[in-house]
Design a protein. Structure first.
Length: 582
Protein backbone atom coordinates (compact mmCIF):
# COMPACT_ATOMS: atom_id res chain seq x y z
CA UNK A 1 0.00 0.00 0.00
CA UNK A 2 1.37 3.39 -0.99
CA UNK A 3 0.61 6.25 1.43
CA UNK A 4 1.22 9.99 1.36
CA UNK A 5 2.90 12.23 3.88
CA UNK A 6 4.19 15.78 3.73
CA UNK A 7 7.98 15.98 3.58
CA UNK A 8 10.24 18.49 5.33
CA UNK A 9 9.78 20.97 2.50
CA UNK A 10 6.00 20.92 2.87
CA UNK A 11 5.26 18.87 -0.25
CA UNK A 12 3.45 15.54 -0.50
CA UNK A 13 5.66 12.48 -0.91
CA UNK A 14 4.81 8.83 -1.47
CA UNK A 15 5.79 6.18 1.07
CA UNK A 16 5.61 2.45 0.42
CA UNK A 17 4.09 0.36 3.22
CA UNK A 18 4.06 -3.44 3.32
CA UNK A 19 2.69 -6.28 5.40
CA UNK A 20 0.38 -6.07 8.36
CA UNK A 21 2.07 -3.16 10.16
CA UNK A 22 0.43 -0.41 8.15
CA UNK A 23 0.43 2.83 10.22
CA UNK A 24 -2.73 4.76 11.03
CA UNK A 25 -3.88 6.80 8.05
CA UNK A 26 -6.67 9.07 6.89
CA UNK A 27 -8.38 8.49 3.56
CA UNK A 28 -10.14 10.81 1.14
CA UNK A 29 -13.49 10.24 -0.54
CA UNK A 30 -14.48 12.68 -3.26
CA UNK A 31 -16.02 13.09 -6.69
CA UNK A 32 -13.40 13.29 -9.41
CA UNK A 33 -13.21 16.42 -11.51
CA UNK A 34 -11.96 16.55 -15.08
CA UNK A 35 -9.14 14.03 -15.56
CA UNK A 36 -6.56 16.73 -16.32
CA UNK A 37 -7.46 18.55 -13.09
CA UNK A 38 -6.50 15.70 -10.78
CA UNK A 39 -2.99 15.22 -9.40
CA UNK A 40 -1.63 11.84 -10.53
CA UNK A 41 0.98 9.39 -9.35
CA UNK A 42 3.26 10.64 -12.13
CA UNK A 43 2.79 14.23 -10.94
CA UNK A 44 4.00 13.36 -7.45
CA UNK A 45 6.94 11.34 -8.74
CA UNK A 46 7.95 14.21 -11.04
CA UNK A 47 7.30 16.98 -8.53
CA UNK A 48 4.54 18.48 -10.65
CA UNK A 49 0.80 18.99 -10.24
CA UNK A 50 0.87 21.64 -7.54
CA UNK A 51 -0.92 24.07 -9.87
CA UNK A 52 -3.72 21.64 -10.68
CA UNK A 53 -7.15 22.27 -9.11
CA UNK A 54 -7.03 18.77 -7.56
CA UNK A 55 -4.01 19.70 -5.45
CA UNK A 56 -6.34 21.50 -3.05
CA UNK A 57 -7.91 18.14 -2.20
CA UNK A 58 -4.47 16.75 -1.34
CA UNK A 59 -3.81 19.72 0.92
CA UNK A 60 -7.27 19.38 2.48
CA UNK A 61 -6.78 15.68 3.28
CA UNK A 62 -3.27 16.32 4.61
CA UNK A 63 -4.42 19.12 6.88
CA UNK A 64 -7.37 17.14 8.21
CA UNK A 65 -5.17 14.08 8.86
CA UNK A 66 -2.55 16.20 10.61
CA UNK A 67 -5.22 17.87 12.75
CA UNK A 68 -6.36 14.40 13.83
CA UNK A 69 -2.86 13.19 14.66
CA UNK A 70 -2.36 11.06 11.55
CA UNK A 71 1.02 11.20 9.84
CA UNK A 72 -0.13 9.41 6.68
CA UNK A 73 -3.07 9.64 4.30
CA UNK A 74 -4.31 8.00 1.10
CA UNK A 75 -5.94 9.48 -2.01
CA UNK A 76 -7.04 7.43 -5.01
CA UNK A 77 -6.00 9.99 -7.64
CA UNK A 78 -2.28 9.83 -6.86
CA UNK A 79 -1.47 6.84 -4.63
CA UNK A 80 -2.00 4.32 -7.44
CA UNK A 81 0.21 3.96 -10.50
CA UNK A 82 -2.62 3.46 -12.96
CA UNK A 83 -0.16 2.88 -15.82
CA UNK A 84 0.70 -0.42 -14.12
CA UNK A 85 -2.37 -2.59 -14.70
CA UNK A 86 -1.24 -5.19 -12.14
CA UNK A 87 -1.01 -2.49 -9.49
CA UNK A 88 -4.32 -0.97 -10.55
CA UNK A 89 -6.03 -4.36 -10.29
CA UNK A 90 -4.57 -4.99 -6.84
CA UNK A 91 -5.70 -1.56 -5.69
CA UNK A 92 -9.27 -2.01 -6.92
CA UNK A 93 -9.50 -5.43 -5.30
CA UNK A 94 -8.15 -3.99 -2.03
CA UNK A 95 -10.12 -0.73 -2.07
CA UNK A 96 -12.91 -1.80 0.29
CA UNK A 97 -10.35 -3.08 2.80
CA UNK A 98 -8.31 0.11 2.58
CA UNK A 99 -11.35 2.25 3.34
CA UNK A 100 -12.47 -0.10 6.10
CA UNK A 101 -9.03 -0.05 7.75
CA UNK A 102 -8.59 3.72 7.55
CA UNK A 103 -8.57 5.51 10.88
CA UNK A 104 -11.09 7.94 9.41
CA UNK A 105 -12.51 8.95 6.05
CA UNK A 106 -12.76 12.59 4.96
CA UNK A 107 -15.52 13.23 2.44
CA UNK A 108 -14.86 16.36 0.40
CA UNK A 109 -18.08 17.71 -1.12
CA UNK A 110 -16.99 20.16 -3.80
CA UNK A 111 -20.57 21.22 -4.53
CA UNK A 112 -21.59 22.08 -0.95
CA UNK A 113 -20.86 25.68 0.11
CA UNK A 114 -19.43 26.98 3.39
CA UNK A 115 -22.04 26.43 6.14
CA UNK A 116 -20.71 29.44 8.08
CA UNK A 117 -21.58 31.82 5.25
CA UNK A 118 -24.74 33.73 6.28
CA UNK A 119 -26.15 33.22 2.77
CA UNK A 120 -25.09 29.57 2.63
CA UNK A 121 -27.30 26.88 1.18
CA UNK A 122 -25.17 24.09 2.64
CA UNK A 123 -28.06 22.43 4.45
CA UNK A 124 -30.13 22.05 1.28
CA UNK A 125 -27.08 21.35 -0.91
CA UNK A 126 -25.84 18.43 1.20
CA UNK A 127 -28.47 15.84 0.18
CA UNK A 128 -28.17 16.95 -3.45
CA UNK A 129 -24.41 16.51 -3.64
CA UNK A 130 -23.11 14.62 -6.65
CA UNK A 131 -21.07 12.49 -4.23
CA UNK A 132 -24.21 10.55 -3.26
CA UNK A 133 -24.78 9.53 -6.90
CA UNK A 134 -21.38 7.99 -7.64
CA UNK A 135 -20.75 4.26 -7.77
CA UNK A 136 -17.44 4.06 -5.90
CA UNK A 137 -18.62 6.28 -3.06
CA UNK A 138 -21.08 3.58 -2.00
CA UNK A 139 -18.32 1.48 -0.44
CA UNK A 140 -16.47 4.61 0.66
CA UNK A 141 -19.51 5.51 2.76
CA UNK A 142 -20.13 2.03 4.16
CA UNK A 143 -16.64 0.62 4.75
CA UNK A 144 -15.01 3.14 7.17
CA UNK A 145 -16.26 3.32 10.74
CA UNK A 146 -15.54 7.06 11.01
CA UNK A 147 -16.71 9.24 8.12
CA UNK A 148 -16.71 13.04 8.24
CA UNK A 149 -18.29 15.33 5.64
CA UNK A 150 -16.73 18.67 4.66
CA UNK A 151 -17.83 21.56 2.48
CA UNK A 152 -15.79 22.84 -0.45
CA UNK A 153 -14.18 25.34 1.95
CA UNK A 154 -13.13 22.56 4.33
CA UNK A 155 -15.76 23.24 7.01
CA UNK A 156 -17.12 20.23 8.87
CA UNK A 157 -20.74 19.48 7.99
CA UNK A 158 -21.20 16.47 10.23
CA UNK A 159 -20.31 12.80 10.50
CA UNK A 160 -21.86 9.58 9.30
CA UNK A 161 -23.03 9.00 12.87
CA UNK A 162 -24.54 12.46 13.35
CA UNK A 163 -26.26 12.42 9.95
CA UNK A 164 -27.15 8.74 9.82
CA UNK A 165 -30.92 9.21 9.50
CA UNK A 166 -30.52 11.78 6.75
CA UNK A 167 -28.00 9.63 4.88
CA UNK A 168 -30.38 6.69 5.12
CA UNK A 169 -33.10 8.81 3.51
CA UNK A 170 -30.78 10.09 0.79
CA UNK A 171 -29.24 6.76 -0.18
CA UNK A 172 -31.70 4.09 0.92
CA UNK A 173 -28.84 2.26 2.65
CA UNK A 174 -29.99 0.37 5.73
CA UNK A 175 -28.99 2.06 8.98
CA UNK A 176 -27.43 -1.17 10.21
CA UNK A 177 -25.09 -1.19 7.22
CA UNK A 178 -24.15 2.43 7.90
CA UNK A 179 -23.42 1.48 11.50
CA UNK A 180 -20.93 -1.18 10.44
CA UNK A 181 -22.97 -4.36 10.70
CA UNK A 182 -21.64 -7.35 8.75
CA UNK A 183 -22.84 -6.90 5.16
CA UNK A 184 -23.35 -10.64 4.73
CA UNK A 185 -26.37 -10.24 7.01
CA UNK A 186 -28.18 -8.20 4.34
CA UNK A 187 -29.93 -9.91 1.44
CA UNK A 188 -28.31 -9.70 -1.95
CA UNK A 189 -31.36 -7.86 -3.29
CA UNK A 190 -31.07 -5.33 -0.48
CA UNK A 191 -27.42 -4.62 -1.25
CA UNK A 192 -28.21 -4.28 -4.96
CA UNK A 193 -30.85 -1.67 -4.19
CA UNK A 194 -28.16 0.52 -2.58
CA UNK A 195 -26.55 0.87 -6.01
CA UNK A 196 -29.73 1.89 -7.80
CA UNK A 197 -29.35 5.14 -9.74
CA UNK A 198 -25.62 5.54 -9.08
CA UNK A 199 -23.24 6.47 -11.87
CA UNK A 200 -19.75 5.39 -12.83
CA UNK A 201 -17.40 7.13 -15.23
CA UNK A 202 -16.33 3.80 -16.76
CA UNK A 203 -19.19 1.42 -17.47
CA UNK A 204 -17.49 -1.75 -16.16
CA UNK A 205 -17.00 -0.04 -12.79
CA UNK A 206 -20.74 -0.47 -12.19
CA UNK A 207 -19.82 -4.06 -11.33
CA UNK A 208 -16.30 -3.60 -10.01
CA UNK A 209 -17.35 -1.04 -7.38
CA UNK A 210 -19.68 -3.67 -5.86
CA UNK A 211 -17.00 -6.30 -5.23
CA UNK A 212 -16.35 -5.05 -1.72
CA UNK A 213 -20.07 -4.88 -0.94
CA UNK A 214 -20.34 -8.61 -1.75
CA UNK A 215 -16.84 -9.59 -0.58
CA UNK A 216 -16.07 -10.86 -4.08
CA UNK A 217 -12.83 -10.80 -6.06
CA UNK A 218 -12.85 -11.20 -9.81
CA UNK A 219 -10.61 -10.32 -12.74
CA UNK A 220 -10.92 -6.87 -14.29
CA UNK A 221 -11.61 -6.76 -18.04
CA UNK A 222 -11.99 -3.13 -19.02
CA UNK A 223 -13.65 -3.14 -22.41
CA UNK A 224 -15.99 -6.05 -21.73
CA UNK A 225 -18.94 -3.72 -21.14
CA UNK A 226 -21.27 -3.20 -18.24
CA UNK A 227 -23.61 -6.14 -18.88
CA UNK A 228 -20.83 -8.71 -19.06
CA UNK A 229 -19.15 -7.32 -15.96
CA UNK A 230 -22.42 -7.39 -14.00
CA UNK A 231 -23.09 -10.89 -15.30
CA UNK A 232 -19.75 -12.16 -14.04
CA UNK A 233 -20.33 -10.48 -10.68
CA UNK A 234 -23.79 -12.06 -10.45
CA UNK A 235 -22.38 -15.53 -11.05
CA UNK A 236 -19.63 -14.96 -8.48
CA UNK A 237 -22.18 -13.85 -5.88
CA UNK A 238 -24.46 -16.81 -6.54
CA UNK A 239 -21.54 -19.20 -6.30
CA UNK A 240 -20.50 -17.72 -2.99
CA UNK A 241 -23.91 -18.42 -1.46
CA UNK A 242 -24.00 -21.94 -0.15
CA UNK A 243 -27.70 -21.54 0.57
CA UNK A 244 -30.22 -19.01 -0.66
CA UNK A 245 -33.15 -20.04 1.45
CA UNK A 246 -34.25 -16.45 1.79
CA UNK A 247 -33.69 -15.45 -1.80
CA UNK A 248 -34.73 -17.38 -4.89
CA UNK A 249 -32.58 -17.40 -8.01
CA UNK A 250 -35.45 -15.80 -9.92
CA UNK A 251 -35.69 -12.90 -7.48
CA UNK A 252 -31.96 -12.28 -7.66
CA UNK A 253 -31.88 -12.49 -11.44
CA UNK A 254 -34.71 -9.97 -11.62
CA UNK A 255 -32.87 -7.62 -9.31
CA UNK A 256 -29.62 -7.87 -11.31
CA UNK A 257 -31.54 -7.07 -14.48
CA UNK A 258 -33.19 -4.08 -12.84
CA UNK A 259 -29.83 -2.89 -11.58
CA UNK A 260 -28.33 -3.07 -15.07
CA UNK A 261 -31.03 -0.75 -16.39
CA UNK A 262 -30.84 1.69 -13.47
CA UNK A 263 -27.09 2.35 -13.46
CA UNK A 264 -25.72 4.97 -15.80
CA UNK A 265 -22.17 5.84 -16.65
CA UNK A 266 -20.57 8.97 -17.96
CA UNK A 267 -17.26 9.47 -19.75
CA UNK A 268 -15.62 12.71 -18.72
CA UNK A 269 -12.90 14.77 -19.95
CA UNK A 270 8.78 2.45 5.33
CA UNK A 271 7.29 4.21 8.21
CA UNK A 272 10.01 6.77 8.78
CA UNK A 273 11.15 8.49 11.92
CA UNK A 274 13.87 11.04 12.66
CA UNK A 275 16.24 9.00 14.78
CA UNK A 276 15.49 5.66 16.37
CA UNK A 277 13.55 4.85 19.48
CA UNK A 278 15.80 4.80 22.54
CA UNK A 279 13.29 3.14 24.84
CA UNK A 280 10.84 0.30 24.47
CA UNK A 281 7.42 -0.12 25.99
CA UNK A 282 8.04 -1.52 29.46
CA UNK A 283 5.64 -2.90 32.04
CA UNK A 284 2.11 -1.54 31.78
CA UNK A 285 1.33 1.59 33.77
CA UNK A 286 -1.33 1.41 36.46
CA UNK A 287 -4.71 2.87 35.54
CA UNK A 288 -6.34 4.34 38.62
CA UNK A 289 -9.55 5.36 36.87
CA UNK A 290 -11.02 5.31 33.39
CA UNK A 291 -13.67 7.90 32.62
CA UNK A 292 -16.12 7.16 29.84
CA UNK A 293 -18.96 9.46 28.92
CA UNK A 294 -18.13 11.28 25.72
CA UNK A 295 -19.68 10.06 22.48
CA UNK A 296 -16.73 11.08 20.32
CA UNK A 297 -13.00 11.88 20.46
CA UNK A 298 -11.78 13.53 23.66
CA UNK A 299 -9.69 16.40 22.33
CA UNK A 300 -8.26 17.92 25.52
CA UNK A 301 -8.26 17.88 29.33
CA UNK A 302 -7.55 20.35 32.14
CA UNK A 303 -7.12 19.94 35.89
CA UNK A 304 -8.35 22.43 38.49
CA UNK A 305 -5.53 23.97 40.58
CA UNK A 306 -6.56 21.98 43.66
CA UNK A 307 -6.68 18.76 41.64
CA UNK A 308 -10.28 17.91 42.53
CA UNK A 309 -11.97 18.56 39.17
CA UNK A 310 -11.06 17.38 35.71
CA UNK A 311 -12.54 19.00 32.60
CA UNK A 312 -12.61 17.20 29.26
CA UNK A 313 -13.31 18.64 25.81
CA UNK A 314 -14.77 16.52 23.03
CA UNK A 315 -15.74 16.38 19.39
CA UNK A 316 -19.28 15.71 20.67
CA UNK A 317 -19.47 19.50 21.36
CA UNK A 318 -19.58 19.08 25.14
CA UNK A 319 -17.34 19.57 28.15
CA UNK A 320 -17.69 17.17 31.06
CA UNK A 321 -16.57 18.03 34.60
CA UNK A 322 -15.40 15.01 36.59
CA UNK A 323 -14.55 14.34 40.24
CA UNK A 324 -10.94 13.14 40.02
CA UNK A 325 -11.18 10.99 43.15
CA UNK A 326 -14.37 9.11 42.38
CA UNK A 327 -14.35 9.39 38.59
CA UNK A 328 -17.98 10.50 38.64
CA UNK A 329 -19.29 13.00 36.12
CA UNK A 330 -20.40 16.13 37.98
CA UNK A 331 -21.72 18.32 35.21
CA UNK A 332 -21.93 18.58 31.43
CA UNK A 333 -21.41 21.98 29.82
CA UNK A 334 -23.23 22.46 26.54
CA UNK A 335 -23.38 25.41 24.20
CA UNK A 336 -20.68 25.09 21.59
CA UNK A 337 -22.05 24.35 18.12
CA UNK A 338 -18.95 22.47 16.93
CA UNK A 339 -16.25 20.30 18.44
CA UNK A 340 -14.51 21.60 21.57
CA UNK A 341 -10.76 21.60 20.98
CA UNK A 342 -9.25 22.65 24.32
CA UNK A 343 -10.05 23.69 27.90
CA UNK A 344 -8.12 25.52 30.62
CA UNK A 345 -8.78 26.43 34.26
CA UNK A 346 -7.98 29.88 35.64
CA UNK A 347 -5.24 29.95 38.32
CA UNK A 348 -7.87 30.35 41.02
CA UNK A 349 -10.05 27.60 39.60
CA UNK A 350 -13.14 29.79 39.44
CA UNK A 351 -13.28 29.96 35.65
CA UNK A 352 -12.99 27.42 32.86
CA UNK A 353 -12.17 28.52 29.31
CA UNK A 354 -13.12 26.43 26.30
CA UNK A 355 -12.41 26.92 22.60
CA UNK A 356 -14.09 25.37 19.61
CA UNK A 357 -14.30 24.96 15.87
CA UNK A 358 -17.34 27.24 16.15
CA UNK A 359 -14.79 30.13 16.34
CA UNK A 360 -15.71 31.14 19.91
CA UNK A 361 -14.04 31.20 23.31
CA UNK A 362 -16.36 30.58 26.25
CA UNK A 363 -15.73 31.41 29.90
CA UNK A 364 -17.66 29.23 32.34
CA UNK A 365 -18.19 30.15 35.98
CA UNK A 366 -17.31 27.09 38.09
CA UNK A 367 -19.36 28.37 41.03
CA UNK A 368 -22.64 29.27 39.38
CA UNK A 369 -24.60 27.72 36.53
CA UNK A 370 -24.90 31.03 34.70
CA UNK A 371 -24.49 31.12 30.94
CA UNK A 372 -20.86 31.48 29.88
CA UNK A 373 -19.32 34.69 28.59
CA UNK A 374 -18.77 34.25 24.83
CA UNK A 375 -15.69 35.86 23.29
CA UNK A 376 -15.77 36.39 19.54
CA UNK A 377 -13.04 37.69 17.30
CA UNK A 378 -11.24 34.79 15.65
CA UNK A 379 -12.01 34.12 11.98
CA UNK A 380 -11.45 30.34 11.99
CA UNK A 381 -11.30 27.29 14.24
CA UNK A 382 -9.70 27.95 17.64
CA UNK A 383 -7.21 25.30 18.66
CA UNK A 384 -5.66 26.29 22.00
CA UNK A 385 -6.26 28.39 25.11
CA UNK A 386 -4.47 29.30 28.34
CA UNK A 387 -4.78 31.76 31.24
CA UNK A 388 -2.03 34.13 32.29
CA UNK A 389 -0.48 33.27 35.68
CA UNK A 390 -2.32 36.16 37.36
CA UNK A 391 -5.64 35.06 35.83
CA UNK A 392 -6.40 38.49 34.40
CA UNK A 393 -5.72 37.58 30.78
CA UNK A 394 -6.54 34.74 28.43
CA UNK A 395 -4.66 33.77 25.26
CA UNK A 396 -6.23 31.84 22.40
CA UNK A 397 -4.75 30.59 19.10
CA UNK A 398 -6.48 29.80 15.86
CA UNK A 399 -6.36 28.50 12.32
CA UNK A 400 -6.69 32.17 11.30
CA UNK A 401 -2.92 32.37 12.09
CA UNK A 402 -3.53 34.84 14.90
CA UNK A 403 -3.09 34.78 18.67
CA UNK A 404 -5.50 36.89 20.67
CA UNK A 405 -5.06 38.03 24.27
CA UNK A 406 -8.31 38.84 26.06
CA UNK A 407 -9.15 40.74 29.21
CA UNK A 408 -10.98 38.18 31.34
CA UNK A 409 -13.23 40.67 33.10
CA UNK A 410 -14.51 42.55 30.06
CA UNK A 411 -14.01 39.92 27.35
CA UNK A 412 -12.25 42.55 25.24
CA UNK A 413 -9.33 41.74 22.92
CA UNK A 414 -6.29 43.61 24.23
CA UNK A 415 -3.66 42.20 21.86
CA UNK A 416 -3.69 40.47 18.46
CA UNK A 417 -0.37 38.81 17.65
CA UNK A 418 0.40 38.24 13.97
CA UNK A 419 3.51 36.68 12.49
CA UNK A 420 3.02 32.95 11.91
CA UNK A 421 2.57 31.88 8.30
CA UNK A 422 0.56 28.78 9.23
CA UNK A 423 -2.18 27.71 11.62
CA UNK A 424 -1.36 28.49 15.25
CA UNK A 425 -2.00 25.37 17.26
CA UNK A 426 -0.54 25.77 20.78
CA UNK A 427 0.08 28.50 23.34
CA UNK A 428 1.71 28.76 26.79
CA UNK A 429 2.56 31.55 29.23
CA UNK A 430 5.92 31.59 30.97
CA UNK A 431 5.32 31.19 34.72
CA UNK A 432 6.28 34.80 35.42
CA UNK A 433 3.65 35.93 32.91
CA UNK A 434 6.02 38.10 30.92
CA UNK A 435 6.49 35.89 27.87
CA UNK A 436 4.01 34.02 25.70
CA UNK A 437 5.01 31.09 23.45
CA UNK A 438 3.00 30.13 20.37
CA UNK A 439 3.55 27.18 18.03
CA UNK A 440 2.27 26.75 14.50
CA UNK A 441 2.00 24.69 11.34
CA UNK A 442 4.89 26.72 9.89
CA UNK A 443 7.19 24.60 12.13
CA UNK A 444 8.17 27.57 14.27
CA UNK A 445 7.73 28.72 17.86
CA UNK A 446 7.46 32.43 18.50
CA UNK A 447 8.13 34.09 21.84
CA UNK A 448 6.23 37.31 22.50
CA UNK A 449 6.28 40.06 25.11
CA UNK A 450 2.95 39.19 26.69
CA UNK A 451 1.98 42.76 27.64
CA UNK A 452 3.29 44.70 24.66
CA UNK A 453 2.56 42.10 21.99
CA UNK A 454 6.08 42.45 20.57
CA UNK A 455 7.72 39.42 18.93
CA UNK A 456 10.92 38.63 20.85
CA UNK A 457 12.32 35.74 18.81
CA UNK A 458 11.47 32.83 16.51
CA UNK A 459 12.66 29.31 17.35
CA UNK A 460 13.39 26.95 14.45
CA UNK A 461 14.43 23.32 14.61
CA UNK A 462 11.43 21.07 14.05
CA UNK A 463 10.83 19.78 10.53
CA UNK A 464 7.03 19.63 10.75
CA UNK A 465 3.99 21.24 12.31
CA UNK A 466 4.45 21.99 16.03
CA UNK A 467 1.32 21.16 18.00
CA UNK A 468 2.38 21.49 21.65
CA UNK A 469 4.45 23.82 23.85
CA UNK A 470 4.99 24.01 27.62
CA UNK A 471 7.27 25.96 29.97
CA UNK A 472 8.94 24.28 32.93
CA UNK A 473 7.76 25.54 36.35
CA UNK A 474 10.90 27.67 36.77
CA UNK A 475 10.63 29.02 33.22
CA UNK A 476 14.16 27.92 32.28
CA UNK A 477 13.04 25.30 29.74
CA UNK A 478 10.51 25.24 26.93
CA UNK A 479 9.30 21.89 25.59
CA UNK A 480 7.67 21.36 22.20
CA UNK A 481 6.06 18.44 20.40
CA UNK A 482 5.77 18.09 16.64
CA UNK A 483 4.59 16.10 13.67
CA UNK A 484 8.22 15.10 13.12
CA UNK A 485 7.69 12.65 16.03
CA UNK A 486 10.20 14.41 18.30
CA UNK A 487 10.16 16.43 21.51
CA UNK A 488 12.58 19.34 21.72
CA UNK A 489 13.81 21.17 24.81
CA UNK A 490 14.78 24.80 24.28
CA UNK A 491 16.54 27.51 26.22
CA UNK A 492 13.90 30.27 26.03
CA UNK A 493 16.55 32.94 26.62
CA UNK A 494 18.89 32.05 23.77
CA UNK A 495 16.43 30.16 21.57
CA UNK A 496 18.91 27.27 21.39
CA UNK A 497 17.76 23.64 21.10
CA UNK A 498 19.23 21.90 24.14
CA UNK A 499 18.01 18.37 23.48
CA UNK A 500 15.96 16.42 20.93
CA UNK A 501 14.07 13.51 22.49
CA UNK A 502 13.17 10.57 20.27
CA UNK A 503 10.95 7.67 21.27
CA UNK A 504 7.63 8.16 19.52
CA UNK A 505 6.68 6.70 16.14
CA UNK A 506 4.14 9.36 15.20
CA UNK A 507 2.93 12.87 16.02
CA UNK A 508 3.72 14.18 19.49
CA UNK A 509 0.37 15.70 20.44
CA UNK A 510 1.11 17.11 23.92
CA UNK A 511 3.95 17.91 26.31
CA UNK A 512 3.75 18.81 30.01
CA UNK A 513 6.10 19.23 32.97
CA UNK A 514 5.45 17.75 36.41
CA UNK A 515 4.81 20.31 39.18
CA UNK A 516 8.39 19.98 40.45
CA UNK A 517 9.81 20.24 36.93
CA UNK A 518 11.78 17.01 37.25
CA UNK A 519 9.72 15.03 34.73
CA UNK A 520 8.38 15.79 31.27
CA UNK A 521 5.51 13.86 29.72
CA UNK A 522 4.82 13.51 26.00
CA UNK A 523 1.70 12.06 24.41
CA UNK A 524 1.62 10.73 20.87
CA UNK A 525 -0.58 9.57 18.04
CA UNK A 526 1.32 6.26 18.32
CA UNK A 527 -0.97 5.57 21.32
CA UNK A 528 1.82 5.92 23.90
CA UNK A 529 2.94 8.28 26.65
CA UNK A 530 6.63 8.80 27.43
CA UNK A 531 8.15 10.19 30.63
CA UNK A 532 11.52 11.97 30.45
CA UNK A 533 14.19 13.49 32.67
CA UNK A 534 14.34 16.98 31.13
CA UNK A 535 17.82 17.68 32.51
CA UNK A 536 19.52 14.64 31.00
CA UNK A 537 17.09 13.95 28.18
CA UNK A 538 16.90 10.32 29.27
CA UNK A 539 13.63 8.44 29.09
CA UNK A 540 12.20 7.11 32.33
CA UNK A 541 9.36 5.14 30.79
CA UNK A 542 7.15 4.71 27.78
CA UNK A 543 3.85 2.90 27.99
CA UNK A 544 0.93 2.14 25.75
CA UNK A 545 -1.85 4.34 27.07
CA UNK A 546 -4.86 4.09 24.76
CA UNK A 547 -6.22 2.14 21.82
CA UNK A 548 -5.94 5.19 19.57
CA UNK A 549 -4.09 8.49 19.32
CA UNK A 550 -3.35 10.13 22.71
CA UNK A 551 -4.35 13.78 22.42
CA UNK A 552 -3.18 15.07 25.80
CA UNK A 553 -1.35 13.99 28.96
CA UNK A 554 -0.93 16.26 32.00
CA UNK A 555 0.22 15.83 35.59
CA UNK A 556 -2.18 16.27 38.46
CA UNK A 557 -1.06 18.84 41.08
CA UNK A 558 0.12 16.06 43.40
CA UNK A 559 2.76 15.13 40.82
CA UNK A 560 2.06 11.45 41.42
CA UNK A 561 -0.68 11.00 38.82
CA UNK A 562 -1.13 11.70 35.14
CA UNK A 563 -4.34 12.22 33.17
CA UNK A 564 -4.64 11.44 29.46
CA UNK A 565 -7.34 11.54 26.79
CA UNK A 566 -7.70 9.96 23.40
CA UNK A 567 -9.45 9.49 20.10
CA UNK A 568 -10.77 6.27 21.71
CA UNK A 569 -13.27 8.52 23.59
CA UNK A 570 -11.84 7.81 27.05
CA UNK A 571 -9.96 9.67 29.76
CA UNK A 572 -7.53 7.77 31.99
CA UNK A 573 -5.85 8.69 35.26
CA UNK A 574 -2.53 6.89 35.77
CA UNK A 575 -0.30 6.27 38.77
CA UNK A 576 3.21 7.33 37.71
CA UNK A 577 4.93 7.54 41.10
CA UNK A 578 6.82 4.29 40.42
CA UNK A 579 8.20 5.65 37.16
CA UNK A 580 9.25 8.98 38.70
CA UNK A 581 11.35 7.13 41.24
CA UNK A 582 13.03 4.89 38.64
Amino acid sequence: MRLLQFNDQGYPSLVEQYGENIPLYGILSHSWGATDDEVTYEDLKNGTGIQKPGYEKIRFCAERSIRDGLKFFWIDTCCINKANFTELTEAILSMFKWYRNADRCYVYLSDVPDPKDPTSTAESAFPLSRWFTRGWTLQELIAPSLVYFYSRTGQLLGSKDSKIEQIHRITGIDIGALQGHDLSGFEVNTRLLWMTGRQTTIEEDAAYCLMGIFNIHMALYYGEGRQKALGRLERKVQKSLSSTANESADRMASRWKALDSSISYRRTPDQTQSGSSKISILSPAIVLRQLSGHAQTVRGVAISPDGTILASASDDKTIILWDTKSGLALRTLEGHSDRVCAVAFSPGGTLLASVSDDWTVRLWDMVSTASPMILQGHAANITGVTFSPDGNSLASVSDDKHTRIWDVQSGRVVQTLEGHSGWVSAVAFKPDGGVLATAAADATIKLWHAHLGIELQTLRGHSAWIVAVAFSPDGNLLASGSGDSTVKLWDPQSGEVLRTLRAHLSWVRAVAFSPDGKTLSSASADQTIALWDPQSGEAKQKFEAHSNSVNAAFFLPDGKSLVSCSVDKTIKIWSVLEFLAS
